[in-house]
Write a protein that binds this ligand. Sequence first.
Ligand code: NDP
Length: 349
Amino acid sequence: MKPSAMHTRVAILGSGPAGLTAALYTARANLRPIVIGGVPAGGQLMITNEVENYPGFPEGIQGPDLIDLFRKQAERFGTRILDDNVSRLDVTKRPFHLFTAGGTEIVADAVIVATGAQAKWLNVPGEEKLRGHGVSACATCDGFFFKGKELIVAGGGDTAMEEATFLTKFASKVTVVHRRDTLRASRIMSERARKNPKIHFLWNSAIEEVLGEGSVTGVRVRDTRTGEVRVVPCGGVFVAIGHEPTTALFRGMLELDATGYLKTTEHTRTTVPGLFAAGDVQDHRYRQAVTAAGMGCMAAIDTERWLAEEGLEGPAEEGAGSPATVPEHGASDGSISRAKSAVASEAKG
Ligand code: NDP
């Protein structure tokens, strides 16, 4: 352990609704959590415009504004936020060791993983190059820019139906391109899309390339049964093929399910004692800001109880004189307070 490593009772990975709610609750439980927020911070709400379904905001609120409020509320009770990514984590022994890309080492008695999920991409030629220039994974964020255009939505699940239906507010025509001839989406969402006169379906079709220079002009589509390839002109492509949890860091360390989500055992506990998970990183069913926040609260309460069971109560600094913490964390040489100031200045920068 580096002499500059700092010790905290609770490190929280991720600064979306789950991470910041876990921070709020653990801070109010006097555990002085450190949030390693990730870069970019804030999660999926940062790329969401209007959030109309978060309770307490009858007029709706912009996603980034909501995150800003979460952050301020967590900080008000003593949460320290580090805008950095965790690049390595050692959970083979306790306390856990976390290493950030920016070179900070954190020693934590408990860890709450709230790293969220990200939209999946098709990974076909042209897609990445045209991201932000007609290729998007967020209709609510970008739909407005496609007024009067013909659009493609890739996917056959609920997200694709929702995105397609939303996009008809702006687009002249929306074509859902699906690789099979049956939708995965729920009946209600499928029917709503099928009944919409602006929505068309291209079945058994896989997008092989997004075409355009500087902006999207079309997609090259292959018929998955016949192999026939054709070009479908369009002014934008919305990829809605599901989400991928941010769990690469934990592979081989924590148990993941078949689709890569973190497995929790009892409520928010993972397979490693002292390591908890909350939000989209472990939830592929609800995936809402409010459910993520709720799980962040659950993880905080579970963490607090687990720490109490382990005899680790109060903020880490206060335990510096105890034999359990001094030799391991080097608190007696003032390293914690030095490291804390480093975090504070990094967070401000
Ligand atoms: P799903 O995993 O349910 O669906 C993904 C869709 O994308 C499937 O049709 C799949 O095809 C297709 N797909 C996946 N990978 C590729 C690929 N590489 N190329 C082409 N197509 C691909 O994800 P969703 O995001 O739609 O939904 C996730 C969860 O969220 C679900 O439980 C859903 O019910 C829920 N949800 C609920 C909503 C609501 O109730 N309002 C709104 C949005 C989501 P295939 O079918 O062949 O596998």
